[in-house]
Design a protein around this ligand. Sequence first.
Ligand code: ZN
Length: 324
Amino acid sequence: MLFGILLLAGCGATPKTSTLAVPEVAFSGDSAYAYVAGQVAFGSRVPGSDAHNQCVQYLGSTLERFGAKVEIQTGEVQRYDGAWQRVANICAHLSADSAHANEKAILLCAHYDNRPWADQEEDYSERMIPIPGANDGASGVGVLMEVARQWQQLSEHRRPIEIVLFDCEDMGTPAFYTGQQLPHTWCLGAQLWSRMYVESGKPRAKSQEYAFGVLLDMVGDPNAAFPREYYSEQYAKKYVDKIWHVAEQLGYAHRFTDGRAYPITDDHYYVNTIAKIPCVDIIHYVPSETGFPWWWHTQNDNMSNISPNTLQEVGKVIMAVINE
Ligand SMILES: [Zn+2]
């Protein structure tokens, strides 16, 4: 299923046509936006909170409605200060059509939990209030919910897809903490998932192995830019090249830029290093002191910084990549 893209060389200029090999895909940025808003409406999805529990129900039941087989993977992990933390990863399997039944699955992931502290707030009194997490959490999940909705409507090219919504990504040591801390305090859900994947051992069914993975994190800002992240290039360069090439063909080179991002400790790091699945991080990176946008880990990470247009561009790229 291919379509040609009409490239317009600017207003009033002579149109130039070019046929590019990008699959025709449907994806609604407005629908993805509604899934982001649906999560944010619960309040901060801090692990252990009612909002977090309600969000697990909401995401799990919605994915089931889209035909996914959903499993909540639970476990206990130690957080930065040594306290034990319950983790609940949402794993949703979308099974392939018969033509693709013997293929390895594509792993699509994002984190759905929210940071319990706004430790980048200038106003000290707001630092202990959890962040709304519209971009940092809900945006990537919102795109994947819409991917699942669209995927079930595909009449062909249904490759096996595993959507994993990680918990406890954002429990890393708060900036104000001065006590002793454990190493590897971020991405606790991804660490658990990756260890359990390795421990589940072989042989596995083909659809339980992964060709590659894509992680979405902070993908909703109107001005989001996704340079090529260091670990993604180190462990999964082939797939970075593929995704950025698809984005360029779709006309989104302004979003998926040729720049480079410093190494970012995100869920994909553990998927790459523990599970050994090549995994790419699509993440909004800013060449600033923190490396992240101005609202990062503040109360301003709210719906006013979410754009349906950005979600649409990211979603179209993901749909094209999984539909090749
Ligand atoms: Zn965060």
